[in-house]
Design a protein around this ligand. Structure first.
Ligand code: DX5
Ligand code: ZN
Length: 220
């Protein structure tokens, strides 16, 4: 299969030694570092804020792929940009003006992503697809790691990939939730170009990270 970008989610790392975990997953071959930010309101879980992102920044030079599951999101964009985010991804439901939010992210000099929940149609990308750098297709309902991949999202990935190709856009199609070597292959076959993996990337501890990442790339 085509070589996808691998973005391990530190949600599945050992939170008591996050700096070491980020270094280990970087050295194991991660392309990006996926950081899940949850507010206990937009999603039923609480994770980390800009202070932790800032503290992790010196531990790797890999891009920080920051997934904001917070609402309202706009007031936090500057803080995550300053903390060292490279890609900032928001959900359309997380604010009243998605287009304005995207412009705000881009005005900060960051790449802008839009994430679609499992029940959010690809149509939500109408009128913004040409303005963004990344679409994050959620293949689980956001909030927790370790959930089962929702196969209906493969159709959504296919539809978005077709549209990106037809319109000749430079948009990364990233898939998040329940990614393991098998679902990774399915997602890439459907048109995904980047994969988030928490459980499957961090499984077994640091000695396994390189093999975990190779398996997600389809390298066996
Ligand atoms: C879920 C998060 C995911 C999560 C993925 O809300 O957005 O990034 O960490 O975890 P796994 O790979 O375990 O499904
Ligand atoms: Zn995520």
């Amino acid at each position: 299969m085509a070589q996808p970008i691998i973005s391990p989610s530190i949600l599945s790392a050992d939170f008591a030694k996050l700096g070491d975990e980020v270094r280990a997953i970087d050295q194991a071959g991660a392309d990006w570092i996926h950081i899940d930010v949850m507010d206990g309101h937009f999603v039923p879980n609480l994770t980390i804020g800009p202070g932790v992102v800032k503290a992790l920044r010196p531990h790797t030079s890999k891009p920080f792929d920051v997934h904001l599951m917070i609402s309202p999101v706009d007031n936090f964009l500057d803080a995550f940009a300053e903390a060292g985010a490279d890609i900032i991804t928001v959900h359309p439901e997380a604010g009243p003006h998605l287009h304005r939010t995207i412009q705000h992210v881009k005005s900060l000099g960051k790449k802008a992503g839009v994430s679609l929940n499992p029940a959010t149609p690809a149509k939500a990308l109408d009128y913004v697809l040409e303005d963004i750098d990344l679409v994050l297709v959620m293949s689980v309902n956001p909030g927790f790691g370790g959930q089962k991949f929702i196969s209906s999202q493969l159709r959504k990935i296919e539809a978005i990939a077709k549209r990106v190709a037809k319109e000749n856009l430079d948009v990364t199609i990233e898939v998040d939730g329940g990614i393991d070597p098998e679902t990774a292959r399915q997602a890439v076959d459907a048109g995904a170009t980047a994969l988030v993996a928490g459980t499957a990337a961090f499984r077994g501890g640091p000695n396994h990270y390189a093999a975990n990442i190779r398996a997600l790339r389809g390298e066996g």
